[in-house]
Design a protein around this ligand. Structure first.
Ligand code: OGA
Ligand code: MN
Length: 287
């Protein structure tokens, strides 16, 4: 049986004793899936996976998304989205600076992602050997629970609009991105999601607005909407809800996009290389 060790933070657990390159029996898979729902972020260290094995394990959870930024997907593997600062033949091999702002993946789609499976191939280090490029994760079940009742009452039945363009064009550390194509724009109209969503598996309430993509709460005057969202964004990333993952090459980490948000700590630059690969689970419409 796998050995599950919670991080001690509001979320996150390491699972030991599993080789993800091997087929897993149903009972073991169910233990992993239950651990993901309970701990919201789970990780396995020291994994050695081919892209086929990364995809095969991901598919145990269900259908996978093909990212709309096709130029950032691994050649020959449309299911694998590359997050990397590496340039080959003068071209970035993936998206260079994903997730500089708190967000959950595909929160800007009518059907956001259920979860993401992130595999660390190369991790940058400083001169003393300390890993750089950590990722922060925040528990949106903990954040919702800790909200003052008065704010909960105000927003519990509201919806909020997300905008892909808001996140796409924000300040970027690696310079401006190419303008969105008409096809990308057509796939990402603004959509509305409940401010508080019910987790599809655990049924726990989760705060579901994020600073990366949420733009406003319809039905409120704009300044009030701005003020409430600012309060919610600030609340969502409070240190007591956060687990900071320090990467090692070979880490395979899964986050739940309904119950968590994440943000990249972009504190490295070439020649320090960072190369991560992500598969993205198709989710269900928030309610
Ligand atoms: C992502 C993402 C953060 C990171 O791939 O979805 O937000 O630390 N990545 O690379
Ligand atoms: Mn992300």
């Amino acid at each position: 049986m796998p050995d599950i060790r919670p991080t001690g933070a509001a979320l996150g657990a390491e699972i030991r004793g599993i080789d993800l390159s091997q087929p897993l029996d149903d009972a073991t898979f169910r233990t992993i899936e239950d651990a993901l729902h309970e701990h919201e972020v789970i990780f396995f260290r020291g994994q050695k996976l081919t892209p086929e094995q990364h995809i095969a394990f991901s598919r145990r959870f269900g259908e996978l998304e093909l990212h709309l930024r096709k130029d950032c997907c691994k050649p020959g593997y449309p299911e694998i989205f590359v997050v990397s600062n590496v340039i080959e033949n003068g071209k970035p091999i993936g998206t260079q600076d994903a997730g500089l702002f708190w967000h959950s993946d595909l929160a800007y789609m009518a059907v956001p992602s259920r979860g993401s499976l992130f595999y660390a191939h190369e991790v940058p280090h400083d001169d003393s050997g300390k890993p750089l490029g950590d990722t922060l994760f925040a528990s949106m079940t903990a954040a919702w629970t800790a909200l003052p009742e008065e704010i909960k009452r105000k927003v519990a039945d509201r919806r909020a609009v997300t905008s892909y363009a808001k996140g796409y064009y924000r300040d970027r550390k690696s310079g401006p991105r190419p303008p969105l194509t008409e096809a990308q724009k057509a796939r990402t109209p603004d959509v509305e999601h409940p401010v508080m969503r019910t987790h599809p598996y655990t049924k726990k309430p989760c705060l579901f607005v994020n600073e990366g993509y949420t733009s406003h709460i319809p039905g409120l005057p704009r300044d009030e909407s701005d003020r409430i969202l600012e309060t919610l964004f600030e609340h969502a990333s409070r240190p007591e809800f956060v687990y900071r993952h320090q990467w090692q090459a070979g880490d395979f980490l899964i986050w739940d996009n309904a119950s968590t948000q994440h943000r990249a700590v972009f504190d490295y630059a070439l020649p320090q290389r960072r190369r991560m690969e992500r598969t993205t689970l198709t989710g269900t419409a928030p309610f």
